[in-house]
Design a protein. Sequence first.
Length: 729
Amino acid sequence: MIAEVLVEYNAKSIDKSFFYLIPSSLKNKITKGMKVKVPFGNKLINGFVINITNEQPHNYELKSIDSIVDDFLILNDELLLIGNYLQEKTLCTKITAYQTMLPSNLKIKDKHHNLIKYDIYISLNSSVEQVRSFINNNKRKIKQNEILTILLQKKQVLKKDYASNALNELIKNKLVKEEYIQKYRLEHHKNQDLIPPKLTIEQEKAVNKIYSYANKSKTILLHGVTGSGKTEVYMNLIEKVIKDGRNCLLLIPEITLTAQIVNRFYDRFGNIVAIFHSALSDGEKQDEYQKILNNQIKIVIGTRSAIFTPLTNIGIIIIDEEHSETYKQDSNPRYHALDIAIFRSNYHNCPLVLGSATPSLETMARAKKGVYELVTLNNRVGISSLPNITLVDMSLEMRKRNPIISSILKEKIIDRLNKKEQIILLLNRRGYSTTISCQNCGYVYKCPHCDISLTYHKSSNNLRCHYCGYTILKPLKCPSCHEEALNYLGLGTEKLENELVKMFPTARVVRMDTDTTSQKGSHEKIITKFKNQEYDILLGTQMISKGLDFPNATLAGIINGDASLNIPDFRSSERTFSLLTQAAGRAGRANVPGEVIIQTYNPNNYTLNCVKNQNYEQFYNYEMKIRKKLSYPPYYYLVSIKVISKDYELAQKESQHVANYLQNHLENTTIILGPTTAAIFRKNNTYRFQILIKYKYDSKLYKTLKELDNIFVYLKNVYIEIDLNPNNI
Ligand code: ADP
Ligand code: ZN
């Protein structure tokens, strides 16, 4: 027998398979999709068996497979197909695709076998008669007899509860035997007292509509306002699918959300749930994987890479908060979990549900065109209504010397503190460092051609559009209010915390950002303590904006509503709308109505007013017009190409070559912008230039990009990064 093996050799030029003999010692043990060790050059390397044949492919003498690396982690037929698809979609190497689909700890070769934990049980090793006669004949061996009597009743008990010399004696004499039974680190049981709420009419309709697609590969957008009970809809669908004998896959955006959602699922479904996210230990990950392979799992919940779990017989796939950018991987292979989900929905003939209060424009556009089915939840559950939102003009507050907390927000915080209600403050820290804005009036420079904020380059003291290259010198005065207040400093969470402590000395304040949550479990701790009302004010970055449910929080304050608007990216309005809508949704989810204060220098900004009106449609229609006018998604597809080198001149020269190459090889309806400096121009001492492709339909695109990629394999000291449908450009 001969195996075709794709070797794990990390050079693009060797993304190939080679043939090896299967030695007789491994015959019948090696299967397709298995990871093996093979001789390559003068060493042994890993590879995946992608085919097994009887035919000798050529006349050379074949080497033999050395050994099996892993006999439980096998790429099944579906995963092998997904690997091909991933390679096509993202232009990555096939070996990268395969590696990506396996949990990362399992790349630490061979070691993982020690990760399995066992419990040792004891049971009788001889017939009941023999045991009885032993007891009768050895009346003085009291301890041994005690153990035997218990085993006669209970059959199997944990060894550690009976560890003793007496037990050792029994084992030695073969009256009792030990059994190693795998023990899982994460064990959760159903909450037997839980009575699931009766669905509202709206929820019930949504469940029925979506369930009408059971056994069909249909994508459905579930658009439901914050607090409309989407999670409850998911759980009901999952219940039905499990009753039908099929399994469920639920993706969630990030770890902060997991604690609350996952606990709801554990309570409702117990130990048929497996979870996957990056904060699991290697052993936990391994255990969860084992449970799936042992067919013990009916529901997998996880972040992006959980889309690759080898769950079989899938009856529904759900992507919660589908607009979240975490579903697109930022490094090679740059895949989007949604694409893989669509692939699997086709493979298993099952519906794919995309849930969000603020769907991405791409998804909503597809739903409106009828590509996806649209199901809507317009109302919050119960009597809780959407919160009241106020925009506060911070340029007026600046004059009143309230640069951080406006007088109205201060007043409301004091009011809530008096009423013993809780407050959530969001400080968006992303993106202020590379753009400049006027500290007096909030003015931000934008590119006249691309409608994105210009990026400040310190070395040349100019402002540049990193899409098209438009450049101006940084002026001294703000062109709008003529003050010398063009600044690019931001406020940090730590400074805000100090400010709050000074302003409200009796308030108990807790901060949640990447600094305070670096330890495992620290998210959950902060969230639980806040929920138990051990704190009055929770302040944090975008981490706190999503998915959390705090019934006693009745006030949300957005400290710098503009921060994300000013990020130089065509999606910044969409992100702002989504972020602020989610954050606003944190307030007043129980029966006390909520209130939201958004502080901004741009109180007339359209996006912020859509947030204020809680009107997704209004935002969608407005933003779609801009996207159309400037040829952005969803009207055009984007590809971003970065040319990267430590050598400035080389990067510049090669990026120009790339642009020329694309001009010559792509269709003339395709728009090519650049090269220009990338948003982050210098990173780790490399220079990065960017070319942007905008296309509607281009039959030559994939072929051209692949060729381009291949050319760079052979160039020295310069690299290329191709990102199809990038998150950020
Ligand atoms: P979303 O995911 O849309 O933000 P959730 O599913 O988290 O909404 O629901 C918000 C809150 O309402 C939760 O506390 C949930 O338990 C509760 N809830 C959902 N559906 C119902 C229902 N039919 N009856 C009573 N409470 C419900
Ligand atoms: Zn521009």
